[in-house]
Design a protein around this ligand. Structure first.
Ligand code: 5GP
Length: 190
């Protein structure tokens, strides 16, 4: 998506450790006009798939997932990283390795919100090694729901998570795929 690639070049910052910082429009401050355009593009790519639920992981997947859910007019559910007293005992759990904190954590979803009747579209801000998406896919499978595919704003293609998922037959749509990046230059896949 040319629009997103231009914004990444204008406003993104590449940090050591292959981290792209896009806090000014996606990960901390959220530019809803930009994110809403991304959501509309994701809707276009999955509109005929019968999506009944959008699934993401807290916290930075939430704004995009919320606007994607609005396009589909379905609810979105976000996996929680902390067990709070109002989370029921009937849970689906999976382990995720956080690229940005370097730690493993459990993610949890109340079983009532993903059911075998659902056709789930997974949405996240970034796709790197694929740990977050794989954890969400494990939960969809455990729930016996259908997986329509996954959509992310930015895929770091050089980390391989997206290509592995595609090789496993999962439809993965990324609005911008970065093949290489340095503080001086970001190279996108066509
Ligand atoms: P993965 O699980 O695919 O390795 O990493 C994806 C998750 O890590 C996303 O949920 C995202 O929040 C975070 N992440 C991975 N790489 C980056 C990055 O370069 N920049 C930012 N801001 N987040 C990232």
């Amino acid at each position: 998506m040319r629009f997103l690639k231009d914004i990444i070049v204008e406003r993104g910052q590449v940090f050591p450790g292959d981290v792209l910082k896009v806090d000014c429009f996606l990960n901390h401050q959220v530019d809803v006009m930009i994110v809403s355009k991304l959501a509309k593009e994701i809707y276009k790519r999955f509109k005929d798939s019968g999506v009944t639920k959008v699934l993401t992981i807290e916290s930075s997947g939430i704004p995009l997932a919320c606007l994607v859910a609005l396009e589909f007019k379905v609810p979105f559910v976000f996996a929680k990283k902390r067990k709070t007293i109002n989370l029921t005992e009937d849970l689906y759990k999976a382990k995720v390795f956080s690229y940005t904190t370097g730690k493993y954590s459990d993610i949890m979803i109340a079983a009532e919100y993903i059911t075998p009747k659902d056709k789930v579209l997974i949405v996240d801000d970034f796709l790197a090694n694929g740990s977050a998406l794989n954890a969400l896919i494990d939960i969809v499978n455990e729930a016996g729901a259908g997986l329509v595919g996954a959509a992310v704003a930015i895929e770091k293609g050089f980390q391989g998570g997206g290509d592995t998922l595609r090789q496993n037959g999962i439809k993965v749509e990324s609005l911008a795929i970065i093949d290489a990046m340095s503080p001086e230059k970001i190279i996108f896949r066509d």
